[in-house]
Ligand binder design. Structure first.
Ligand code: AMP
Length: 194
């Protein structure tokens, strides 16, 4: 029947999702790249990835700097299914939950899932902290500066201009990574010196 076919198409349609990835233990850049590679094997199609950034820890400050990026992905997974799939990838890459805001081999957060608003014990979408984190907003701005937050109606660039966060977010030049001579502030995946 037509109506059923339409419903099925709707359920199976690909959703556009923005993810934040971060790491501050071990081979930070390599771990993020492995996480992105593993997504395609789990029904999460990586469409675009921002630059990588070296970022200052916020909240729990006594820990190594992070490497962060944002990825635009497409998936048929529903929000909770997606969270579970991402947690499986985190676990496989050695993520163990210890100190709340402490060091982590890999952290993957769901920032936006189309225009969905989800509020449950396990999942908050849009991500609760996104408007207050330059390490999220700067890479997200590269991919979708004019995308609107479905609750506040602010665009990404507006959130970036309005945030109180002053944490340092330094773009890593891929030329430096490839050549193996990154300046000290961007030395990641080559040596973890901080
Ligand atoms: P984290 O320490 O950042 O990995 O987050 C811990 C918990 O946050 C996870 O176990 C999730 O259940 C929960 N959580 C709530 N909202 C989100 C979201 N949008 N993306 C990822 N995790 C989330």
């Amino acid at each position: 029947m037509k109506a059923e076919a339409g419903t099925e198409r709707e359920i199976k349609s690909m959703k556009r999702v923005y993810l934040s990835l971060g790491s501050n233990l071990g081979d930070r850049l390599g771990t993020i790249r492995r996480a992105l590679d593993q997504m395609s094997a789990t029904g999460i199609e990586v469409r675009r990835v921002s630059s990588f950034y070296r970022t200052e820890p916020v909240e729990f400050r006594e820990q190594p700097w992070f490497v962060n990026c944002v990825a635009e992905v497409a998936t048929e997974l529903l929000p909770m299914q997606l969270l579970k799939a991402l947690q499986k990838i985190e676990w496989g890459l050695g993520r163990r939950r210890t100190v709340g805001k402490g060091p982590r081999t890999i952290d993957i957060d769901i920032l936006l899932y189309e225009n969905a608003v989800v509020r449950s014990a396990a999942l908050t979408i849009p991500h609760a902290g996104m408007a207050e984190r330059r390490f999220v907003l700067i890479p997200l701005c590269e991919l979708a500066a004019h995308l609107r937050h479905p609750v506040t109606d602010r665009t990404v660039v507006e959130m970036l201009n309005e945030t109180q966060d002053r944490g340092q977010v330094i773009r890593i030049r891929t030329e430096d990574i490839a050549a193996g001579h990154a300046p000290a502030h961007a030395r990641v995946g080559i040596a973890n010196t901080d």
